[in-house]
Design a protein around this ligand. Structure first.
Ligand SMILES: NC(=O)c1ccc[n+]([C@@H]2O[C@H](COP(=O)([O-])OP(=O)(O)OC[C@H]3O[C@@H](n4cnc5c(N)ncnc54)[C@H](O)[C@@H]3O)[C@@H](O)[C@H]2O)c1
Length: 356
């Protein structure tokens, strides 16, 4: 059992976290408890939680459809209406039991309902355990732009129970690994070398704990992303633009899968700007090519992807600003890149994708 202090809350990780969650809720004496799930976490995770946390016998369950489409204003409004109908007051807590979609949505709903009620993240996917559950970023997709509306509001606690991963598909495990790779690349070269080495056996719990610890250090230093927290966006300028562009198309990518493409493309930009040695870029590509089935990005999408990069939250004065690797384990933030260079990075990415 491990625990970490974050910004006014504790992150618990390990096999006894659900018991700790029960004790935590008992100590808080909330007037009502709502558990937000999607239909998969309702089926696979909620029974375990109900079994181990007697306090949830009195809880109301809110269910949404799995997937990105639930991070919408319509779904948020529906939950707000349900909370009002149930007369949920300021001493209500929302438990986000799910992946990053549930925690982003539930955190957003809670941060605005009655000007803010408590919420707790109980992540169930690898991506949410290793990354999304910590740092307080929440939000919805709006106007066809990912995460364009949201707040930075910290949860009251994070309870990571790695056994939830037993029912998660391999595709979603690989999806979560993307953010773990990113953590190594941006701040910890030793960790990157360890996770890149397929012969090293590291337990999921150790991966998660290490990744969350590294993220926690960064977000504690810069909770509102005015400076050093921008490091977490490596791979995300191009990755988010690709994710947004392919959303609801037959080639739709999961968040982590899009970030893998973004990290290869932005790794190339890092090399092009003489920040990353060629050998390191080659190693990144080799590791990602082994782990993921990389797909070419159709050139017909390039213009939409380039347009989407102009909406990135890191941009300033209409300039596209990327986070690039400054060697392995370090980053350089606010690197100005042109659309032409991003297009070249996409062409480079396509050139390394092996034909099926
Ligand atoms: N707030 C942040 O800091 C942050 C960071 C990274 C990503 N994100 C966001 O997170 C989202 C992606 O998160 P995700 O990959 O967890 O997606 P997700 O929430 O859609 O979960 C992935 C899939 O796995 C299912 N699932 C989850 N846990 C399960 C379990 N234990 N057993 C069986 N099925 C399970 C879900 O129902 C879903 O179908 C994106 O919207 C992204 O923008 C947020």
């Amino acid at each position: 059992m491990n625990s970490l202090k974050s910004i006014n809350y504790t992150i618990h990780c390990g096999s006894s976290t659900l018991l700790e969650l029960n004790a935590f809720l008992q100590s808080k004496a909330y007037s009502s408890i709502f558990i937000l799930c999607d239909s998969n976490t309702l089926e696979h995770c909620l029974p375990l939680v109900l079994n181990l946390c007697p306090i949830f016998k009195k809880a109301e369950v809110l269910e949404v459809e799995p997937g990105e489409s639930s991070k919408s204003l319509d779904i948020a409004a529906h939950i707000w209406q349900t909370l009002l109908d149930c007369k949920a007051d300021k001493k209500t807590v929302i438990i986000n039991l799910g992946g990053g979609v549930v925690s982003d949505l539930g955190g957003f709903v809670a941060s605005l309902y009655k000007r803010g009620i408590d919420f707790i993240n109980v992540p169930t996917s690898l991506l949410a355990m290793a990354d999304a559950c910590v740092g307080g970023k929440n939000g919805i997709n709006f106007g066809d732009i990912k995460n364009s509306i949201g707040t930075i509001t910290q949860p009251q606690g994070v309870f990571i129970y790695p056994d939830f991963l037993l029912t998660l598909s391999q595709r979603h495990i690989n999806n979560g690994m993307a953010e773990i790779y990113k953590m190594g690349l941006i701040v910890d070269a030793v960790f990157w070398n360890k996770i890149g080495d397929v012969k090293q056996a590291i337990s999921a719990e150790n991966y998660i704990y290490k990744s969350v610890s590294l993220k926690n250090i960064i977000v504690k230093q810069d909770p509102l992303e005015n400076g050093s927290r921008k490091a977490l966006n490596f791979g995300h300028t191009i990755g988010h633009a690709i994710e947004t562009t392919l959303l609801n198309t037959p080639n739709e990518l999961l968040h982590g899968e899009a970030i893998i493409v973004g990290m290869i493309a932005e790794g190339w930009l890092s090399w092009k700007k003489k920040l990353l040695p060629k050998a390191e870029l080659t190693k990144i590509i080799a590791i990602f090519s082994k782990k993921y089935v990389l797909q070419k990005i159709a050139e017909t999408h390039f213009d939409t992807i380039l347009a989407a990069t102009t909406h990135d939250k890191k941009n300033q004065k209409k300039e596209i600003r990327c986070v690039l690797l400054n060697g392995i384990g370090q980053v350089k933030t606010d690197c100005v890149v042109t659309s032409e260079l991003i297009k070249k990075a996409l062409i480079f990415y396509n050139s390394i994708v092996k034909p099926k």
